[in-house]
Design a protein around this ligand. Structure first.
Ligand code: GLA
Length: 382
């Protein structure tokens, strides 16, 4: 069914059939806020929505990129060293960055292709549509060039694309969850390896995502600033990464840390402890305890990491007052974006509407609400 629709869309755009397609899911950051690039642990959920990339090879050495929601085709001559695009075409930097990462790792790159992107993942909702585009592109390129590569390497190349081509100093969370996701499971990442495993999630768990559509004007710069501040805090503590210290050590060192280094370190090391406590609570099937940890994570982002906003705090406060909500927290980089709530199956549209109405009364706009559940990780389609 999916393949039939894709084939029709591809033919409409390029006038010929597709050869292969790959799909990768979006992700919810479950818990572990800004722990990944600090060498810590994190839990994420791959969801039942994602990005699909359909491909057919071309013989003229051109890479032709199209996306369902924009007219036109972006054409780039095939090369081992693609250049970064700007403006309206900058969405192409995700697949181009994957190609640049392949080349940087001494892998063959596709000679020429037509490529069409389709998606049922809302962009800008904090669900990592960019990682989903990277993973789906990578699997499609590898299939087109007949390369069989361990999944952990594919994930690392996609992160490489984001870090070195797109220019965002993100950790491995988004790509790891999209690459290793599994329905009714969370992905656990020890980011130092990195190593990836899954932890089962009770089937009664439900996710609701409330996207504020707010974005701090400096969000990219603020993410990079937090990255720098964490590295400075680690240096002040005399360790390579914040994951090398325990919460008690941060308290002991408080007097020799700047107030900012203390706040960033406290959040990161306590958040890593919360990730471990969450795994324990999940293994015991105790979603109420998991929910308390999620909300504690939000409070820490709010107070110590300072990457929350009044809109996100308001949503968390509203949500945790509702029956059926285990816990709620900002999900992703912060400074705007989305809040996720973990709920029982009883939490319903009427309650979600009440939260939206309260938000609209305070902020004058409606958040976008998405009810979602876990889904499988990136794979070839058909
Ligand atoms: C963004 C980044 C991730 C991670 C989160 C914060 O989603 O892409 O690597 O750092 O922010 O936890």
């Amino acid at each position: 069914m999916v393949l039939k629709l894709l084939t029709e869309n591809f033919r409409t755009r390029f006038g010929r059939p597709l050869t292969l397609a790959a799909r990768a899911p979006g992700r919810i950051e479950f818990i572990g806020n800004h722990t990944d690039y600090n060498g810590g642990t994190v839990l994420g959920a791959s969801i039942d929505r994602g990005v699909t990339v359909a491909l057919a090879p071309r013989g003229d050495g051109q890479w032709c990129f199209a996306t369902e929601n924009r007219a036109g085709v972006v054409t780039v001559p095939a090369t081992d060293q693609p250049a970064r695009l700007t403006g309206n075409d900058s969405w192409v930097n995700y697949p181009l960055g994957v190609i640049a990462a392949l080349a940087a790792h001494g892998r063959p790159v596709p000679a020429g292709f037509d490529l069409l992107v389709t998606s049922d993942l809302p962009p800008g909702a904090g669900l990592s549509s960019s990682a989903a585009l990277e993973l789906s592109s990578a699997l499609a390129f590898l299939a087109l060039t007949g390369q069989d590569v361990p999944r952990a390497e594919v994930v690392q190349w996609c992160r490489h694309a984001e870090n070195h081509f797109v220019g965002v100093p993100c950790g491995v969370l988004d790509q790891g969850v999209s690459g290793f996701g599994r329905r009714d499971h969370l992905v656990f990442i020890d980011c130092r390896g990195p190593s990836f495993s899954t932890v089962s999630l009770p089937s009664s768990a439900r996710f609701w995502v409330f996207n504020t559509h707010t974005k701090h004007a400096l969000v990219d710069g603020l993410y990079a600033a937090r990255h720098r501040e964490c590295m400075a805090a680690a240096r002040a503590l005399g360790v390579p990464l914040l994951a090398d210290v325990k919460p008690a050590q941060v308290e002991t060192a408080r007097s020799r840390l700047s107030p900012e280094s203390y706040r960033r370190a406290k959040h990161v090391v306590e958040e890593i402890a919360r990730v471990d406590a969450t795994v324990t609570a999940l293994k015991a099937g105790d979603l109420a305890a998991v929910g308390r940890l999620l909300t504690a994570s939000h409070r820490s982002s709010q107070q110590w990491f300072e990457n929350s906003t009044p809109e996100l705090d308001f949503l968390v406060d509203q949500l945790i007052a509702q029956p059926g909500v285990h816990g709620a927290r900002l999900s992703g980089g912060g400074f705007g974006g989305a809040v996720m709530a973990l709920t029982t199956p009883e939490f319903n549209e009427t309650q979600a509407a009440a939260v939206m109405a309260a938000y609209a009364a305070k902020f004058g706009s409606n958040p976008e609400v998405l009810r979602t559940q876990t889904g499988d990780g990136a794979a070839l389609v058909g």
